[in-house]
Design a protein around this ligand. Structure first.
Ligand code: GLN
Length: 212
Protein backbone atom coordinates (compact mmCIF):
# COMPACT_ATOMS: atom_id res chain seq x y z
CA UNK A 1 0.00 0.00 0.00
CA UNK A 2 1.27 3.45 -0.94
CA UNK A 3 0.13 6.85 0.35
CA UNK A 4 0.34 9.95 -1.82
CA UNK A 5 1.40 13.40 -0.65
CA UNK A 6 0.31 16.37 -2.74
CA UNK A 7 3.71 17.81 -3.68
CA UNK A 8 2.90 21.10 -5.40
CA UNK A 9 4.09 23.42 -2.63
CA UNK A 10 4.61 23.52 1.13
CA UNK A 11 5.66 20.94 3.72
CA UNK A 12 5.28 17.77 1.65
CA UNK A 13 8.77 16.40 2.35
CA UNK A 14 8.05 16.21 6.09
CA UNK A 15 4.95 14.11 5.40
CA UNK A 16 6.98 11.77 3.16
CA UNK A 17 9.54 11.45 6.01
CA UNK A 18 6.79 10.70 8.55
CA UNK A 19 5.38 7.98 6.29
CA UNK A 20 8.88 6.56 5.95
CA UNK A 21 9.19 6.54 9.76
CA UNK A 22 6.11 4.31 10.08
CA UNK A 23 7.23 1.99 7.26
CA UNK A 24 4.71 3.18 4.64
CA UNK A 25 5.81 4.06 1.13
CA UNK A 26 4.99 7.71 0.37
CA UNK A 27 4.58 8.93 -3.21
CA UNK A 28 4.75 12.61 -4.26
CA UNK A 29 1.57 13.46 -6.19
CA UNK A 30 1.93 16.17 -8.84
CA UNK A 31 -0.19 14.92 -11.73
CA UNK A 32 -3.63 13.28 -11.91
CA UNK A 33 -2.01 10.01 -13.03
CA UNK A 34 -0.03 9.83 -9.77
CA UNK A 35 -3.29 9.21 -7.89
CA UNK A 36 -3.68 5.90 -9.68
CA UNK A 37 -1.02 4.20 -7.59
CA UNK A 38 -1.94 5.42 -4.09
CA UNK A 39 -4.57 4.37 -1.53
CA UNK A 40 -4.78 7.68 0.37
CA UNK A 41 -3.75 11.30 -0.14
CA UNK A 42 -2.16 13.76 2.29
CA UNK A 43 -2.59 17.50 1.64
CA UNK A 44 0.27 19.33 3.38
CA UNK A 45 0.61 22.74 5.00
CA UNK A 46 1.86 25.67 2.98
CA UNK A 47 -0.06 28.48 1.34
CA UNK A 48 -3.58 27.60 0.35
CA UNK A 49 -3.96 30.39 -2.24
CA UNK A 50 -0.87 29.14 -4.08
CA UNK A 51 -2.04 25.53 -3.79
CA UNK A 52 -5.47 26.49 -5.14
CA UNK A 53 -3.75 27.96 -8.22
CA UNK A 54 -1.47 24.97 -8.74
CA UNK A 55 -4.31 22.45 -8.28
CA UNK A 56 -6.15 24.21 -11.09
CA UNK A 57 -3.08 24.58 -13.27
CA UNK A 58 -2.36 20.84 -13.10
CA UNK A 59 -6.06 19.95 -13.42
CA UNK A 60 -6.06 18.02 -10.17
CA UNK A 61 -9.38 19.20 -8.76
CA UNK A 62 -11.71 16.70 -10.49
CA UNK A 63 -9.36 13.72 -10.04
CA UNK A 64 -8.89 14.43 -6.30
CA UNK A 65 -12.67 14.80 -5.80
CA UNK A 66 -13.24 11.48 -7.63
CA UNK A 67 -10.54 9.80 -5.56
CA UNK A 68 -12.26 10.92 -2.33
CA UNK A 69 -15.74 10.09 -3.54
CA UNK A 70 -14.63 6.49 -4.07
CA UNK A 71 -13.85 6.40 -0.35
CA UNK A 72 -10.06 6.79 -0.35
CA UNK A 73 -8.84 8.54 2.82
CA UNK A 74 -7.65 12.16 2.66
CA UNK A 75 -5.68 13.89 5.40
CA UNK A 76 -5.12 17.66 5.36
CA UNK A 77 -2.83 19.59 7.68
CA UNK A 78 -3.09 23.37 8.10
CA UNK A 79 -3.34 24.72 4.51
CA UNK A 80 -4.46 21.16 3.67
CA UNK A 81 -7.42 21.64 6.03
CA UNK A 82 -8.29 24.86 4.19
CA UNK A 83 -8.20 23.00 0.86
CA UNK A 84 -10.75 20.47 2.18
CA UNK A 85 -13.22 22.87 3.80
CA UNK A 86 -16.65 23.31 2.29
CA UNK A 87 -16.52 26.98 3.29
CA UNK A 88 -13.55 29.32 3.76
CA UNK A 89 -14.62 32.41 5.72
CA UNK A 90 -14.26 35.54 3.61
CA UNK A 91 -13.56 33.66 0.35
CA UNK A 92 -16.08 32.99 -2.35
CA UNK A 93 -15.08 29.58 -3.58
CA UNK A 94 -13.96 26.49 -1.71
CA UNK A 95 -11.18 24.36 -3.27
CA UNK A 96 -11.94 20.66 -2.62
CA UNK A 97 -15.16 20.91 -0.58
CA UNK A 98 -15.11 17.46 0.99
CA UNK A 99 -15.40 18.36 4.67
CA UNK A 100 -18.54 20.01 6.04
CA UNK A 101 -16.78 22.74 8.00
CA UNK A 102 -16.21 26.47 7.80
CA UNK A 103 -12.58 27.42 8.39
CA UNK A 104 -11.03 30.80 9.00
CA UNK A 105 -7.52 31.30 7.68
CA UNK A 106 -4.79 32.81 9.86
CA UNK A 107 -7.22 32.69 12.76
CA UNK A 108 -4.73 33.51 15.49
CA UNK A 109 -3.65 36.93 14.27
CA UNK A 110 -0.29 38.63 14.47
CA UNK A 111 0.23 38.33 18.21
CA UNK A 112 0.07 34.57 18.04
CA UNK A 113 1.31 33.88 14.51
CA UNK A 114 2.88 30.61 15.57
CA UNK A 115 2.59 28.69 18.83
CA UNK A 116 2.86 25.19 20.22
CA UNK A 117 0.87 23.37 22.84
CA UNK A 118 -0.26 20.00 24.12
CA UNK A 119 -3.61 18.77 22.84
CA UNK A 120 -5.83 15.98 23.96
CA UNK A 121 -6.87 13.83 20.96
CA UNK A 122 -8.86 10.95 22.50
CA UNK A 123 -9.04 8.88 19.27
CA UNK A 124 -5.24 8.64 19.31
CA UNK A 125 -4.99 7.48 22.93
CA UNK A 126 -4.07 9.08 26.24
CA UNK A 127 -0.70 10.57 25.33
CA UNK A 128 -1.25 14.22 24.28
CA UNK A 129 -0.37 15.46 20.81
CA UNK A 130 2.22 18.22 20.55
CA UNK A 131 0.45 20.74 18.32
CA UNK A 132 2.60 23.02 16.16
CA UNK A 133 0.47 25.88 14.80
CA UNK A 134 1.92 28.11 12.06
CA UNK A 135 -0.37 30.84 10.75
CA UNK A 136 -3.00 28.23 11.37
CA UNK A 137 -6.67 28.11 10.48
CA UNK A 138 -9.43 27.27 12.93
CA UNK A 139 -12.73 25.45 12.39
CA UNK A 140 -15.53 27.92 13.08
CA UNK A 141 -18.42 25.60 12.20
CA UNK A 142 -18.56 21.80 12.03
CA UNK A 143 -21.52 20.08 10.36
CA UNK A 144 -23.58 17.33 12.01
CA UNK A 145 -21.59 14.46 10.42
CA UNK A 146 -18.23 15.86 11.48
CA UNK A 147 -16.46 14.32 14.48
CA UNK A 148 -14.44 16.82 16.49
CA UNK A 149 -11.09 15.17 17.31
CA UNK A 150 -9.44 18.03 19.21
CA UNK A 151 -10.11 21.45 20.66
CA UNK A 152 -7.92 24.13 22.17
CA UNK A 153 -8.47 24.91 25.85
CA UNK A 154 -10.75 27.79 24.84
CA UNK A 155 -12.98 25.34 22.96
CA UNK A 156 -11.94 26.20 19.40
CA UNK A 157 -11.90 23.19 17.08
CA UNK A 158 -8.51 22.24 15.59
CA UNK A 159 -8.91 18.62 14.38
CA UNK A 160 -11.86 16.91 12.69
CA UNK A 161 -12.91 13.80 10.81
CA UNK A 162 -15.84 13.25 8.47
CA UNK A 163 -15.91 9.63 7.24
CA UNK A 164 -12.81 9.22 5.05
CA UNK A 165 -11.55 12.80 5.49
CA UNK A 166 -9.33 13.87 8.42
CA UNK A 167 -7.93 17.37 8.95
CA UNK A 168 -5.81 19.19 11.53
CA UNK A 169 -5.11 22.91 11.90
CA UNK A 170 -1.65 22.01 13.24
CA UNK A 171 1.34 20.09 11.85
CA UNK A 172 1.89 16.58 13.27
CA UNK A 173 4.62 16.02 10.66
CA UNK A 174 6.73 18.83 12.20
CA UNK A 175 6.45 17.44 15.73
CA UNK A 176 7.60 13.84 15.29
CA UNK A 177 3.97 12.82 15.79
CA UNK A 178 3.16 9.67 13.81
CA UNK A 179 -0.26 8.65 15.13
CA UNK A 180 -2.32 10.63 12.60
CA UNK A 181 -0.32 9.05 9.76
CA UNK A 182 -0.85 5.60 11.30
CA UNK A 183 -4.59 6.29 11.50
CA UNK A 184 -4.64 7.31 7.83
CA UNK A 185 -2.60 4.21 6.88
CA UNK A 186 -5.11 2.01 8.73
CA UNK A 187 -8.01 3.74 6.99
CA UNK A 188 -6.20 3.29 3.64
CA UNK A 189 -5.61 -0.43 4.11
CA UNK A 190 -9.26 -0.92 5.14
CA UNK A 191 -10.31 0.95 2.02
CA UNK A 192 -7.93 -0.98 -0.26
CA UNK A 193 -8.96 -4.32 1.21
CA UNK A 194 -12.37 -4.12 2.91
CA UNK A 195 -12.93 -7.06 5.25
CA UNK A 196 -15.61 -9.59 4.50
CA UNK A 197 -19.07 -8.18 4.95
CA UNK A 198 -17.83 -4.68 5.71
CA UNK A 199 -18.79 -3.39 2.25
CA UNK A 200 -17.58 -0.10 0.86
CA UNK A 201 -19.40 2.95 2.02
CA UNK A 202 -19.74 5.38 -0.84
CA UNK A 203 -19.21 9.04 -0.16
CA UNK A 204 -22.56 10.67 0.71
CA UNK A 205 -22.59 12.81 -2.45
CA UNK A 206 -22.95 9.59 -4.45
CA UNK A 207 -25.34 7.84 -2.07
CA UNK A 208 -28.84 7.52 -3.45
CA UNK A 209 -31.45 8.89 -1.13
CA UNK A 210 -34.63 6.86 -0.94
CA UNK A 211 -37.54 8.84 0.42
CA UNK A 212 -39.47 7.12 3.18
N1 GLN B 1 -1.77 30.54 6.51
C1 GLN B 1 -1.72 29.52 5.49
C2 GLN B 1 -2.92 29.64 4.54
O1 GLN B 1 -3.84 30.33 4.84
C3 GLN B 1 -1.67 28.14 6.12
C4 GLN B 1 -0.43 28.00 6.96
C5 GLN B 1 0.14 26.61 7.05
O2 GLN B 1 -0.21 25.72 6.27
N2 GLN B 1 1.10 26.42 7.93
O3 GLN B 1 -2.91 29.07 3.50
Amino acid sequence: MKIGVLALQGAFREHLQTLDAIGVEGVPVRLPADLGEVSALILPGGESTTMRRLIDRWELRGPILDFAEHGAPLFGTCAGMILLAREIAGEEEPILPLLDVTVRRNAFGRQLDSFEGELSVPVLGDRPVHGVFIRAPVVERAGPDVDVLARLEDGRIVAVRERNVVATAFHPELAGETRFHRLVATMASEHADPGEGSGRRPHPTRRSRTPR
